[in-house]
Design a protein around this ligand. Sequence first.
Ligand code: SAH
Length: 349
Amino acid sequence: MDKLELLGLFPQELGDALADMKLPAYRVKQLFSWLHRGARFEEMTNISKPLRETLAQNYADQPVSLLEQRVSKLDGTRKLLYALRDGNCVEGVLMHYHHGYTLCLSTQVGCRMGCAFCASTLNGCVRSLSAAEMLGQVHCANRLIADDHISNIVLMGSGEPLDNYDNVTRFLRLVSHPDGLNIGLRHISLSTCGLVPQMKRFAREGLPVTLSLSLHAPNDIIRRQLMPVANAFAMEDVLDACRYYIEQTGRRVIFEYALVDQLNSRPEHAAELAQRLRGMQCHVNVIPLNSVEEKALRGADEAAIERFMQELERRHISVTRRREMGDDIDGACGQLRRHYLADQAEQQE
Ligand code: SAH
């Protein structure tokens, strides 16, 4: 059987898992704190060598290691490819803003939501990540910036976080744990394509992170062309779930909107969107579409992006444009992993 990942356990669970070893409570606390600083068993210097060896024989410590990184010459953004213990890989992005480092995390290997513009979903979902594997990505990235640490996290890598609900909520509790990485929930964003029942449940979870909702359309007809999930949930129900989230958490919602040439980016689309969002405590984040070679969609041009944003502003909807970082390093979601897997396949031929 596979080794239990100690990193994914709460302190109490860690104590229970190791009950047979009869460790004193302070040892369990030390172990939790080491694990959550990203240490491997052999690095836990105030724990005796025999104990470290016993732990290493029976349990897993850090479940994620770095496979490849690409550093942008334009802005220093790093695109990371991580290896998981079962041979799968996922990717992430490490960005440096003036307020510190932000890490974009993956929550699944692949994704089963099928959005028309997204590279992560091209081969469906292989499996969901454990909480330990999400924490492991943070530790892996922290090792790259030894003099600093990650202060913000966005769950915007591959996968649909709310399609991996239990592991994602466990991760959020562990990553914000005072004896762990202690990253404030206010410094974390969760992005979803809009799974309505899970959004409502999440609103009541007591985890007030920033909710980003991938909207990408002003109405259901256009949304269904881009996102299969729109066939399952009507946009009005998604917006209602957002209103509920705002009510329960007191936090505003961010709407993600990728501008596709003609399809959703004309001024009348902006007008319709403004109408739908009227009175909501929200913000629109316009994203220039990252083109994916396997997909036929083209991004809107600069003039269209400008016009779209002006149209929203004129209607008093707060809007910004997502900064394009690491444009020179396979920026679009899921592309680094795709290219890596394609290279591997080629080498094997
Ligand atoms: N599954 C979640 C989170 C992962 S995607 C979600 O759907 O929100 C993170 C964001 O990147 C989403 O807003 C997604 O719609 C967007 N995205 C995916 N592919 C993109 C592309 N090629 N260009 C621009 N944005 C993209």
